[in-house]
Write a protein that binds this ligand. Sequence first.
Ligand code: SIN
Length: 315
Amino acid sequence: MQSPPQPSAATVVILATGGTIAGTAASADDHVGYTAARLGVQQLLAAVPGLAGQAIEAEQIAQVDSKDMSFDLWRQLVQRVEQHLARPEVAGVVVTHGTDTMEETAYLLQRVLAPAKPVILTGAMRPASAREADGPQNLADAVRVAREPGARGVGVVFAGTVFGALDVRKTHRQRVDGFGAGDAGPIGRLDGASLQRARDWPGGTALGTALLDRPWPRVEIVASHAGATGALVDALVAQGVDGIVAAGTGNGSLHHALEAALRTAQAAGVAIRRSSRVPDGLLLPTGHDELPASGAPTPAQARIELMLELMALRR
Ligand code: SIN
């Protein structure tokens, strides 16, 4: 059971999962050929002298390149975050995480926990061994936001900007400010030590962690593109897929051959959601949509939403 932070709550718990923030390369100039998830959480903390003496607890949950995120690790992370949030002395939780699937983990945490305290994900675009590594500043900022009075919900802190978990997505492959929130915009920006708020923290109803103990459905993402066919959809249906997110073009439009296969799959009982390859903007109804649109911003987040929906139907 979560409760809002007590006025005396002072502790920030850092849960480390790996990623580039914990990555190292042979050369301080190498931002690309590094190995993610090498340094432990104490080494990450040691790189941020400003955190010394603060009430911080640190725990190594995993050590993964986030492209390899698994359902088991997601379940473990969500449960651990929930346990720490239930402690009255904890003001908030920071999760260090690879950037590649950060938008997925943030989305999952928000939908399952909808926490009354802040849960802040952060990471880095450059490895810890880089001459000008971005991880230490991001970690300092994330701890700062986890202590922000009135902060709640799951956010991502990157390059001095705070994004809400239901809007955030990775937007650049190299830049240190490689995250955005599309038309929603950021929750706020850090101006030195103060947070300039632009909009509300994420809300909604928590689906609850018990859901994650149910079998995870198989939901796959299939993209629409020039020359698309229904072959992948047909193969997935033959394998017993539970759901398919179609990453459409533009406003979620689909190649006619792919759409026909998706309609057949839907008629056979497979749950279908339309999303878009285009990261920003809404999926607006056209009046002749045959397949339902997802409200989640990216195909990967739409997949999580559909998995949670299907899990809720399972006993
Ligand atoms: C990862 O996602 O673990 C590697 C890439 C990154 O953190 O930027």
